[in-house]
Structures are given as C-alpha cells and as structure tokens.
Design a protein around this ligand. Structure first.
Ligand code: CP
Ligand code: NVA
Length: 320
C-alpha cells in the first residue's frame, strides 16, 4: 500500500464499489489506455508485486493482468493449484496469510465465492476477483468501458455514466457468473438486464446479491429479451467447473444462440459482446461475433486497461 494510505479495499464483486468510484475508474482507464496507445511510459507501480492465483484456466485474465502489471513498472508471481501447496490442501487462510506478506496485491480465479472471501479476510493486501463460480467483475468492468467508449459523451471529468441509465442489456444464455455480475452492475448504474435462460438455468437474485427486482426482467424467449436492447451479450453454455454437465447443456441451450435474427430486433446500433472464449455455432453465430456490431476484440483488450486502473486505485488511491 502507499505509505499513509490506510483504507484497504478488496474487489471481490461488482457491488464492492459505488457508482461514483466507477466513474473515477473508467476515467482513469481512459487516460491509461491513451498513454498505452501513445507509447508513453507510465509506471506508478514500480517495485510492486502482483500474485496471480489460478485454480481454473485462463488466457485473457492472465495476459491482461500480467502485461498490465509489467507495463505499470511492477512484477508478477503466477501460481496454480497444480504447482503450489494450494493443490495439496494447505488451508486458504494460511495461504492468504503467507502470500500477502510477500506481495502487494493478489488476483484470484477460483471456484466458490466463499473461497476468495476467506482469502481476503486473511490477506494484508487488496484481493481482486479474477472469476469465481458466482461473479466475474473484472470482465464487466471491461464490458462497460467498451460500451462507454462507443456510446458515452466524454465530459471534463470523464465518461458520462448517466448515458447508461434506462439502457437495456440483453443476456442470452446461462444464469452464470457473468449474468450475476451484469445484474449487480445494473442495480448500481441504473440500466436494466433482459435475461433469457433455458429453464433450470435461471439467475437467482440471492446468489447474484442484488436487492432490487427492477434491475432485470426475465424472458422465456431469447428473441423477446433482445427486442429493443442497446447491447446483446452471451457466454459459453458450459462454464469452467461444470464440464460434467456439457452434454445435457448442449441440448438445453440449443435455442439460446445469438444470431442475426436476434440482433435484428435489438436497437439498430446495438453492440454485441462476449467475454470469450466463444464457441461459434453454439452460444453465438459466426455471423454475429465476426460481424459489424461485435466489439469483442476491444472488449478483450479493455480488460488490461481497466484492470491497470483498478490496481492503481487499490494500491495508490485516487490520483490527483
Ligand atoms: N474472459 C475471460 O476471463 O477470459 P479467460 O478465461 O481467457 O481469462
Ligand atoms: N462463464 C465463463 C466465463 C469464462 C471467462 C466461465 O466461468 O467459465
């Protein structure tokens, strides 16, 4: 932590921050991204170390955190279940006590949310959720930054988050970690999520951790969920950790493929997003993900910019 900066925060779910903190973070992400694009060195985290703990696979999360930390002047330690004592039943609390004495910040990708909460409760340094069964807040940060880049006016103090108010995000697919995090974002930032899942895969507001029921509407028919939407988004039918259900899910989700017909009933300028990895022909058609409304590559890149802003905020507080 910065000397004299004593208010330690973790980022374990989207609702850990307030709307006004998001306005700050997105503005920092915009500035940090601009510096990166201009090849300007920006190294506020020199001599800081990030520990990344992966209990599930990753491409984007690993590369974005690792590249981002090096670009900001810091360094990274990469741990997995298989190559650390985490896989040999060392208690999560003991791991947290030890790891957090040696590094400045920790990112964890794991299974149950309770695991990351237990780690954070015993950590001396900020902990970031890099995906759990219940939530994926860093991905929604990137998704919102991507939406703002495409649709929000930039004022003197940054993106106008009011442009999100009243907007509709269509969620087509599994009521999973991404869906739960979208619901939290909607509750905080004032938009509505139209959720369509096969039966048996619904979102559960208790698991999603939301308190208001007006931030989402449930639709049986995915086409109806997309009608009038400003953003259409989906995710894999089978998330990591649920592979044993794959055959069953392939059948249950067959009608939950975002295709041109669904995009056609959304707003004419609706964006398409997917956190990736994608399976063309399953949750999205190739025509949509590779089509003109898709912003998935910017969305993936923005993981890095917004997480740099997040790490800066957690370690240094507000700049300026
Ligand atoms: N979207 C996302 O988190 O990708 P990875 O699983 O590759 O990290
Ligand atoms: N819902 C997916 C997201 C992958 C980035 C999963 O948890 O596997």
């Amino acid at each position: 932590m910065k000397p004299g900066f004593s208010l330690m925060k973790h980022y374990l779910q989207f609702k850990d921050f307030r709307a006004e903190e998001y306005a700050y973070l997105f503005e920092r992400a915009r500035v940090i991204k601009q510096r990166f694009k201009n090849y300007e060195r920006y190294q506020p985290l020199t001599d800081r170390t990030l520990a990344m703990i992966f209990e599930k696979a990753s491409t984007r999360t690993r590369v974005s955190f690792e590249a981002g930390m090096y670009q900001m002047g810091g360094s990274v330690v990469h741990l997995t279940t298989g190559d650390s004592q985490l896989g040999r039943a060392e208690p999560i609390e003991d791991s947290a006590r030890v790891i957090s004495r040696m590094v400045d910040i920790v990112m964890i990708r794991t299974f149950e949310q309770t695991k990351i909460e237990r780690f954070a409760a015993h950590s001396r340094v900020p902990v970031i959720n890099g995906l759990t069964n219940e939530f994926h807040p860093c991905q929604i940060l990137a998704d919102l930054l991507t939406y703002l880049e495409n649709r929000a006016p930039v004022h003197a103090r940054g993106y106008d988050l009011d442009c999100l108010k009243g907007k509709v995000v269509a969620w087509v697919g599994d009521g999973n970690n991404m869906a739960n995090t979208w619901l939290q974002a909607a509750e905080i930032l004032g938009f509505t999520v139209h959720v369509s899942t096969p039966s048996g895969y619904e979102v559960d507001p208790k698991v999603a951790g939301i308190s208001r029921s007006d931030c989402y509407k449930v639709f049986k028919d995915p086409l109806e969920a997309c009608r009038g939407a400003h953003l259409v988004t989906t995710d894999v039918w089978t998330s990591m950790g649920y592979e044993a259900e794959n055959a069953e899910r392939l059948k249950a989700f067959a009608d939950w493929c975002v295709d041109a017909e669904m995009m056609a009933v959304a707003q004419p300028d609706a964006l398409f997003m997917h956190c990736l990895p994608a399976h063309r022909g399953e949750e999205v058609s190739a025509e949509v993900i590779d089509g003109p409304q898709s912003v998935v590559w910017d969305e993936a890149e923005n993981r890095m910019h917004v997480q740099k802003a997040l790490m800066e905020y957690l370690l240094l507080g507000r700049i300026g």
